[in-house]
Ligand binder design. Structure first.
Ligand SMILES: NC(=O)c1ccc[n+]([C@@H]2O[C@H](COP(=O)([O-])OP(=O)(O)OC[C@H]3O[C@@H](n4cnc5c(N)ncnc54)[C@H](O)[C@@H]3O)[C@@H](O)[C@H]2O)c1
Ligand SMILES: *[C@@H]1O[C@H](CO)[C@@H](O)[C@H](O)[C@H]1NC(C)=O
Length: 316
């Protein structure tokens, strides 16, 4: 009897959330205020990280900027300060867990308060064919895009849980939801990031830390240079051009500010995600072939190779 009542409740809830989320597509719910939040962004010297820093500043938040590249990070801080915002920079290698824990303590000591929003944005790609790629470069992708999520979350989640207030944001990729050829390192690390994020989201809900929100951001190719050269069929590219970094970050912010659990940018990319789950593998293969997305990474890897032959790559 209780089982049947639970079943009925669950089905009603399922329908409620389908309806609510459909309505939300046209009628945006109210955004939450984030002035007064302390937002830590990793990879804040890069294309998206820098724009995230600026967007959070626009909304009145204070930002803590973590990047392995101090020069790029200072430039971001300068932009934030010019906007009248507060920025604190730290040169951190997020793959080094001692470095992460040490700097987390330092932030706490320097600012005298806890980080309330964590944006795990730092990311890399090897950009070489797997069989040509030095092992260290493959490992680096896994460490930056996946392992680092554990270290930063371990450093900042305890205080969020203690206050039952916070927000964990993971910048993954649509290549964490479906894949293509010749980016094995990246896809493996981003699928891992998605798995990590979702398991954490479930954990917080199961343990009733409703105040600690999570948002998984999965963007399509963004014009930041990371995937420079990547190309799909021309006719399809008109429908699905590389994203403007500013547009991508604005869409992500919209989702974050309404505590949306998942956002794919642009919306059209929900379609291949669905197809992957619903269609036979071979059907997906022929659509990839049609759209030129099977070989989209080839020109990207060629472009990287040319770049590398000018500047010898150093592997940390
Ligand atoms: N650009 C795209 O097409 C695209 C698409 C989907 C998802 N993403 C994801 O968005 C995020 C940001 O990408 P982006 O385009 O701004 O890249 P980017 O290369 O412009 O910036 C990445 C930043 O991360 C920093 N970083 C790298 N390794 C680090 C480390 N070990 N410790 C600390 N910082 C480190 C770099 O110094 C750089 O400033 C990444 O996670 C990326 O995978 C990018
Ligand atoms: C930081 O990035 C700039 C621009 O890409 C680069 O010229 C510089 O060598 C980098 N510095 C470090 C310490 O990696």
């Amino acid at each position: 009897m209780i089982f049947l009542m639970d079943l009925q409740m669950m089905l009603l809830d399922v329908i409620y959330f389908i309806l609510r989320n459909s309505v939300r597509v046209v009628m945006r719910p109210r955004t939450k205020p984030i002035d007064g939040e302390l937002v830590l962004i990793t990879g804040s010297g890069g294309g998206l990280g820098r724009l995230f820093a600026q967007e959070f500043t626009k909304h009145g938040a204070e930002v803590v900027l973590w990047d392995i590249n101090g020069t790029l990070n200072e430039q971001t801080a300068k932009l934030v300060r010019e906007m009248g915002g507060k920025a604190h920079t730290y040169t951190v290698d997020v793959t080094n867990r001692e470095d992460v824990y040490r700097n987390a303590e330092l932030v706490r000591k320097d600012l005298g308060r806890d980080v309330t929003m964590l944006v795990n944005n730092a990311g890399v790609v090897a950009g070489e064919r797997m069989l040509d790629c030095p092992d260290e470069l493959i490992e680096r992708t896994m460490k930056v895009n996946c392992h680092a999520l554990f270290w930063t979350v371990k450093a900042f989640l305890p205080q969020m849980k203690a206050q039952n207030h916070g927000h964990i944001i993971t910048i993954a990729s649509i290549l964490g939801l479906f894949s293509t050829a010749c980016v094995e390192d990246y896809c493996a690390s981003k699928f891992a990031a998605v798995g990590f994020h979702e398991s954490l989201a479930h954990e917080l809900l199961t343990e009733e830390f409703e105040g600690v929100k999570t948002t998984l951001v999965c963007p399509y190719i963004v014009d930041t240079g990371m995937f420079e050269g990547c190309k799909i069929r021309e006719e399809v590219e008109l429908l699905l051009p590389p994203l403007e970094p500013q547009y991508c970050v604005e869409q992500a912010m919209n989702a974050i500010l309404i505590d949306q659990p998942l956002v794919c940018i642009p919306r059209l990319t929900y379609l291949p995600f669905l197809c992957r789950a619903l269609l036979p593998w071979e059907s997906n293969v022929v659509t990839y072939r049609f759209m030129g997305s099977d070989r989209c990474m080839y020109p990207f890897i060629d472009a990287r190779k040319k770049q590398m032959s000018n500047t010898p790559v150093t592997v940390a």
